[in-house]
Design a binder for this molecule. Structure first.
Ligand code: HEM
Length: 556
């Protein structure tokens, strides 16, 4: 019996592979790269993807442009054995643009986001009229006002954070920084304040841990809920497991459910506060909370059947979505950026020079509502650095669309010249059947070396200059998909750029970012590989991005 279970998958693999190879060598001119063992954009595959052993099989998370190079095509076909679903992989700017602009044919793969529907349905995991209702409500909060608030809030928390960092200077004059840990807290505090009016100090007051009957503090509740393990347990483990007293399992299930319950209570507190503000007429409290206000107002319209209305569960689910989408992405993007700055001191020097013009007398203690408008346009190189780091490490490295009607996409085939560079590019059409899955392979697109349309031969290099327009050069906007594109693009893009630029510029203005001591003696390629290692999670997660900071003499 045992042998049967071991051999069945192996036999299935070879049989299916053989059948596919013989009957379907190509998808309308698009090379068939084989069987996909895991749906490439499901929470489970993100979890399993950390250990995915089939590095030479399509679907491997860290493959970047490798498979496209191997087959000489910017589009690849593959098949999910379950249901024999055709799955198209794209690292082609024009085809991706066509997909993201045609929302009637290519819908969001909302099933992938079901794990986020802990409290109800939300903007990120819905489609059509339901999604429009959510987006109409929350979307209008994302204006220049919230970006300016994000800037001010970033400045406030940075001051407290850097004071703590300064108190940790070691005997060698440097401070160790575990980027993911600190930036996760930082970006969470920023979105909680600018979006939801919840202003917290950098250093949590642990003595107030359970004040107000909370089982878990707000920050801990959000951070635990975002872990892919918690989301999977919450989605798939039945709650009765907690009552069975099974060693380990029952405890984990029970703790997970407590975490989401604790967060629900915190979010209900926010909603009550916002309702109280509305009753008191505190429409513009100066505290931010624009997203919260819009959501809560929409829930009070519910009974009128207003097209801008949301149910109470939808409000909680949207708050949850914004808290999660609004911090993890930014924290990981910034961790990679800081790691890259440690590796490239010349880039750091250029940012430092830029910040000297903006803050000649050192970092401001507080920012005013005008600071964002004054500083952001001057920090051109800092913004280019953030863009370039998100090109190499896009937090959402791939996402999926489901095809609803028969259509055709155009991609490109190429052959490599003697120097190994892609050459002789030729467009070809791919017929796409309804029901097919299309993977927008952002990381591969960002590492596509084809000239003209994309990033060029130096695609692997970290060069912020490629994001700065000149008289003769305009950076290829259509080949940059970190925030997706079209109607379903990231609603928080400008918010993320505002906080990101403020954090990077301020950090470099105050500190020199240097490599951790265990990497100093290693060759550059190894330093880069070790510092920037990542694993898949909800977004790509830096695994060991630790740097050191040395206070700059010229910064008061
Ligand atoms: C570096 C930071 C960020 C990156 C790279 C990023 C990336 C993305 C991407 C690629 C999508 C599209 C996902 C898909 O179609 O499956 C998206 C959607 C979304 N993002 Fe972001 N995001 C970032 C920051 C933020 C922030 C700061 C917020 C809110 C404060 C936010 C809120 C959202 C929401 C609500 C959606 C869903 C939009 C919709 O479905 O209409 N994101 N983001």
């Amino acid at each position: 019996m045992m042998l049967f279970y071991v051999f069945l998958p192996v036999v299935t693999y070879f049989v299916t592979r053989a059948v596919m190879r013989s009957f379907r060598p190509e998808f309308g001119g698009c090379p068939n790269a084989g069987i996909l063992w895991l749906h490439p954009f499901r929470a489970l595959s993100l979890f399993v993807g950390r250990w995915f052993p089939l590095h030479y099989q399509i679907g491997y998370y860290r493959s970047e442009f490798r498979f496209y190079n191997k087959y000489g095509s910017t589009a690849l076909g593959s098949v999910l054995p379950w249901g024999a679903t055709p799955t198209l992989w794209l690292a082609d700017a024009q085809a991706i643009k066509a997909i993201t602009c045609d929302v009637s044919v290519f819908e969001k793969d909302v099933e992938a986001y079901e794990v986020l529907h802990v409290y109800g349905r939300s903007m990120i995991g819905t489609e059509g009229a339901e999604w429009k209702r959510h987006r109409r409500v929350a979307g209008s909060a994302f204006n220049e006002g919230i970006n300016a608030l994000a800037w001010m809030e970033t400045t406030r928390i940075l001051k407290e954070w850097t004071e703590e960092l300064d108190s940790q200077v070691g005997s060698n004059g440097t401070i160790s920084l575990s980027t993911v840990e600190d930036l996760t807290q930082l970006t969470l505090l920023i979105v909680a304040c600018a979006g939801f009016g919840r202003r917290e100090p950098w250093k949590e007051d642990i003595s107030t841990a359970t004040l107000g009957g909370h089982k878990l503090r707000f920050r801990a509740a959000v951070l635990r809920s975002v872990a892919i393990e918690s989301l999977l347990i919450n989605s798939f483990a039945p709650s009765w497991l907690a009552r069975l007293r099974l060693p380990w399992v029952s405890r984990i299930v029970s703790e997970t459910s407590d975490t989401y319950e604790a967060l629900r209570v915190h979010m209900l507190d926010l909603v009550s506060l916002s309702r109280a503000w509305m009753v008191d007429g505190k429409v513009d409290s100066g505290m931010g909370a624009g997203i919260l206000r819009n959501l809560v107002e929409a829930s009070t319209n519910e009974l009128d059947g207003d097209r801008k209305s949301l149910t109470d569960d939808e409000v909680l689910s949207d708050i949850f979505t914004f808290l999660i989408a609004g911090h993890e992405t930014s924290a990981h993007a910034l961790s990679f950026a800081i790691g890259l700055l440690a590796l490239y001191p010349d880039v750091q020097d250029k940012i430092f020079k830029e910040t000297l013009d903006v803050w000649p007398h050192g970092l401001p203690e507080i920012a005013t509502p005008a600071s964002y408008k004054e500083c952001m346009p001057k920090l051109v190189y800092t913004l280019a650095t953030l863009h370039e780091s998100m090109r190499l490490f896009p937090p959402l490295s791939r996402f999926a669309k489901v095809t609803r009607a028969e259509t055709t996409l155009v991609a490109r085939r190429f052959i490599r010249n003697k120097a190994g560079q892609p050459d002789k590019v030729k467009a070809f059409s791919i017929p796409v059947e309804p029901g097919s899955i299309v993977i927008v392979d952002i990381m591969a697109l960002h590492r596509n070396p084809l000239a003209a349309l994309y990033w060029g031969e130096d695609v692997e290099e970290f060069k912020p200059e490629r994001f700065i327009d000149t008289e003769t050069y305009s950076w290829p906007r259509d080949a940059f998909f970190t925030f997706s594109g079209g109607a379903r693009s990231c609603v928080g893009q400008r918010f993320a750029l505002a906080e990101g630029v403020c954090i990077l510029a301020s950090l470099v203005r105050r500190y020199e970012i240097i490599l951790p001591s265990h990497l100093v003696e290693k060759p550059f390629e190894e330093q880069r590989r070790l510092l920037l290692r990542w694993k898949p999670g909800l977004t790509i997660v830096p695994m060991d991005c630790r740097v050191r900071l040395r206070r700059r003499g010229s910064c008061p």
